[in-house]
Write a protein that binds this ligand. Sequence first.
Ligand code: NAP
Ligand code: ZN
Length: 349
Amino acid sequence: MSTVIPAIVAPSATDPLFTGTIERRDVGPADVRIDIRWAGICHSDIHTVQGDWGPQHYPLTVGHEIVGTVAEVGGDVTKFAVGDRVGVGCLVNSCGQCTNCTAGEEQYCLNGATGTYAAKDVDGTITQGGYSTSIVVTEHFVLRVPEAIPYEKAAPLLCAGITTYSPLRHWNAGPGKKVAVIGLGGLGHMAVKIAHAMGAEVTVLSRSNAKKDDALKLGADHYFATEDPETFRTLRNSFDLMINSTSAAIDINAHLKLLALNGTLVNVGLPPEALPVKVGNLIGGRRSFAGSNIGGIAETQEMLDFCAEHGIAPEVELVSAEQVNEAWARVLASDVRYRFVIDVETLEG
Ligand code: NAP
Ligand code: ZN
């Protein structure tokens, strides 16, 4: 049995999104049904639909920054009750048994974690995401959204928040550490806010000077435009940690030279193109080039609680269901300040 619900649907890699329907399974014993109130727009939604990371099954509903209230719980559910304010991020299942899952790193499940959309679910269907009015999720993958975080701003934390929090924690951003954030979009602006709250000295590297005032207001200590070649001379050997959040290929070798001795450049941006590294740029300063994928469920809850405690929330622009195609075009043009969030009530008609 299943329920048909309204959703924003991609019919193909190239056609505009339209308002249609998808199906949700009935609530099982360990499941929570969430009435979705807000859904963030992540650049990964666009990469996926466009086929940047490989072919997809269409029609497809994307969205993995989901916030709403619990509408129904299964008989075995212990952590949530009807009415709770909750969130769902990029994961809806994993094996729960492998060494990575048992270590709380479900995103690196050795048997393949199930993504919130475009993934094969246990029943063989393709998962459908949060640009929709409700979702049914195993309770382990449901997060508690603290009341201190404004409701309409919370959704982007479920991907942009955790994807930047996790590497900042893993590579020990904090007092005395110089952190650079490359690209000031949805992920980048969260990296600035979180790294600043952790006590690091934060530098933004954006293509032009257009976002300088914003970056300083978000908590950056310094700002440089990468279109100015002088930036790469001035900042040589500067940073302990660099978070690359850009959605397209950059000159990775020029950026690696900005790392200090033992520094690490972590890619969270996932452009379709390869980033070819000249090994000499690593050897020359015992530098590391790394990647990081979202974060585990326990760490996502830790991030939400951290943001509540530090008064951190994304900068959002709210859009209606019928504005989503326009919002996607603006994301592709880097014309987003700094995350679009869909008002899902406008989808209910
Ligand atoms: P976004 O809001 O579109 O921001 C991307 C930023 O990249 C832009 O604001 C821009 O910054 C910069 N950029 C865009 N085009 C560029 C170009 N041609 N050359 C250099 N810089 C360019 O995207 P997002 O939602 O933050 O996502 C960023 C990337 O992270 C995407 O590839 C997404 O798929 C990936 N992602 C990865 C994970 C993970 O777990 N690792 C999770 C979520 C998203 P400036 O204008 O400041 O230069
Ligand atoms: Zn995302």
